[in-house]
Design a protein around this ligand. Sequence first.
Ligand SMILES: [Zn+2]
Ligand SMILES: [Zn+2]
Length: 478
Amino acid sequence: MSESSGSPLPTEKEEPASPHSSSSEFKTSTVFVNQFQTEAIPAVKQEATPKGPARRTSKRPGGRARGTHLTQDKAEKVKELRDIGSCWLCAIQRDECTPGSPCDRCYKRALRPQADLILGCDRTKLPDLKDYFIPDVITSMHDTNTLKNFVNRHIRRFTGNTIRIKFTFIYGLPGLDHDVVEFEPKTNELLRQFQYIIDPATGRQDRVEKASPPLGITKFDNEDTKIWEKYLNDLVEHHLDGFAEICFEDEPNDFQFRLLKLMCNLKPEDKNEKLLLREMFRLLMVTYIMGHTVTIPDASREQYLSKLKNFRSAPYGRDCSPRMANRQFKYFFLTLHKEIMNSVLRKLQFLIRSSKGCTKWTSAFCTILGLAMVLEDQQRTIHLVTDTDFAQGKITAERAARQAEDTCRVIDDQFLFLASLFRWKYNRQFNPLRDGVDKKNEKIFGPRAMLFINEVDNLVREKCECLPCVIRLPWNVY
Ligand SMILES: [Zn+2]
Ligand SMILES: [Zn+2]
C-alpha cells in the first residue's frame, strides 16, 4: 500500500502491528461505556452506621471518642493501617479496615452467598499503576544511558551545521520550531527509519523503511521540558477539537471519536473537575505523540533539507523524519508522559476515595474512559515497538509477539481493576446509563453534565445495536 494511504502521522517504531492494534473493532473504551447500560449490579448491603447528632458529638473525624486512648495493640494496628492504607472495598463502603490480607471485612464479605469477588481485598495505590500503563517495553529505549550509547554507536560527530525546523508532532495541528544539527554517521542505522502505515482496506499497519536525514539535537537542558509542556498545554487549550478528529481518523467506527467530542464539549464548572479533565486530555495527546513519528512537513521538506551538506533530494519522501532527533524528542515527552499519567491516577484515586457520592460521577467516568483510550493507544505502540525489535533482528518474531501480548494483557488486567473500582463506587447508588436521568439528578449535576450524560446515553443506544458482541466480552462478567 502507498504512503499516502493512511496514518495521520506515521509511527516510528520498529515493529509491525498485531491483532491487538487499533484496527480491532471492540475497544476497551467501547466496552467500558457499553457495559453500564446492560449490567446487573450485585446487591451490596451497606453496614448500618450510626447517624445524626449523637455520632457527630461522640466521635471525632478519626472515629475515636474524645478523652479515650487506644490500647497498644490497637494503636499498632492503626499505625500499620495508616502505612498500608485501607483496602478499596472498605474505603468505598466507608467501613473500618484492618491490616492483613484479606482484611476482616473482606473475609466476611467473601463468605456471603452471592459474594462479588472480582475486586478482592486490594490496597493498590492508583499512581502505582503507571508502571504497568507505561511499561518498560516502551520506556527502555528512552533511558538516558541507552540513548547515549545509541548516539556513540551510530554517530561519528556533529558537524555544527544547524537547521531550524518547524516539526510536526501531531499531524494537522501546529508544529514547533526546534534547532537540529547535522551529524556524520558512523553506521547506516540512523539513515533509515521504519514507519507504519495503516492500510485502509485491511486496517493493518504495514512496515515501511524510509530514508532519514542525519539530524539530531546537541543541546540538552532541563528547560526543554518546560518548552514541551507549554507546547502540549497550548495544543490542549486551542486544538482539542482538531485533535479529536485526528485521534480516531483511522477507526472504521466513529463511536470513540464521538465520545471524545462529547468529553471535549463537557466543560465542567467545578474547578477540580475541570483540572482533571484537562489533565486527561493532556495524557491523551502526549500518549499520541509518544506513539507517532515526529516529521518534517512535506511542503517545506526540500527547503529545510537542502541546507544539509551533500544534500540529495532523492531518498527523502513524504512524512520524512530525522530518526535521531525523533528519539531525542521522545526522551523529553516521556518525562511528561510519566508525570501526567501519575497526576491523572493520583486525582482519580482521590476522587474514588473521597466521600462525595454520585456528584463526581461524570468526572470519574470521563477519566476512566479517557484512560481506556490512552491504553488502547499504548497497546498499539507496544506491538509496534516489539515488531521493530524483530525487524532489526534483536528478537524472534515469536518472542516479539509474546512480549507484546503479555504486556498488553497486564494492562487489560489493571484496567479491569480500575473499571471494577468505578462500578463499586458508583453503580449501586447511581448509574445514569442504566437508570436514566430525572429532575432530581439535574439539580445534582447541573445542565452541562446532564447534557453530556444524555448524549452519551443516546450514542450508546445508537451504537449498541451494531455492537451486539460487546456484552459478551470479559468486561461484562460482573
Ligand atoms: Zn478492608
Ligand atoms: Zn479488604
